[in-house]
Design a protein around this ligand. Structure first.
Ligand code: MD3
Ligand code: FE
Length: 199
């Protein structure tokens, strides 16, 4: 089934519980190579979300600014994007270029992500596809400029969201995570994966 909220395409339960568990196993291998880090904004404020990545580029925020980098802050290259995610991308957005980044965001029960646009990618005509794993999160969808009316949906483990067209450049954020609403992740919390074309 496909749910449309504005220009966001939501696929509830795209990944079965078994497929979600296999993705978590893939992520354990990736995070052993490229550990989660708590980024700071260019002004020095720590973000509440912890991040890592897979692919040819990962997104970094530090005192020097926001940007895509070909290596983890430790200097090691980012691990490869898991085949399951490449297959998902191919099935949902067959006309898009190959994804170059799988950003990994980890939220504990108190983490949130303020309303923002994703504009650090060179080609905004390419889609972004997101996968939610673990605890439920309240996803807020806004407009092309800050402010105005918004709509919110709860994203659950296994849900996939496709952002293209107007949704690709819309403001969006995560208001809250509902603790203990999933048993998928051993330490609890929520992981969001976003596949992106960067160059
Ligand atoms: C709309 N992630 O990584 S997923 C992000 O749940 C981000 O971690 C949130 O916002 C999360 O940038 C929301 C849905 C999402 C992801 C990327 C987008 C929506 C988007 C890029 C462009 C437009
Ligand atoms: Fe975003």
């Amino acid at each position: 089934t496909l749910l449309r909220v504005r220009d966001f395409e939501i696929h509830p339960g795209f990944f079965t519980p078994d497929a979600q568990a296999r993705l978590v196993a893939d992520l354990r291998r990736i995070l052993a190579q490229a550990p989660l880090v708590q980024p700071v904004t260019p002004r020095g404020t720590p973000m509440s979300v912890r991040m890592s990545a897979a692919g040819t580029y990962g997104w970094i925020s530090d005192r020097k600014g926001y940007r895509y980098e070909p290596v983890h802050p430790s200097g090691v290259p980012w691990p490869a994007i898991p085949d399951t995610l490449l297959a998902m991308w191919q099935s949902l957005v067959p006309d898009a270029r190959a994804p170059e980044c799988c950003l990994i965001n980890w939220y504990d029960a108190s983490a949130k992500m303020g309303m923002h646009q994703d504009r650090d990618e060179a080609d905004l005509s390419q889609p972004v596809v997101s996968v939610s794993l673990g605890d439920e999160a309240l996803f807020r969808m806004g407009n092309q400029t800050r402010g105005g009316k918004t709509e919110s949906v709860w994203l659950r483990s296994g849900d996939v969201v496709v952002m293209q067209g107007a949704a690709r450049t819309a403001y969006h954020g995560i208001d809250r995570v509902r603790a203990d609403t999933s048993t998928l992740l051993p330490k609890g919390g929520r992981i969001n994966l976003t596949l992106r074309v960067v160059t």
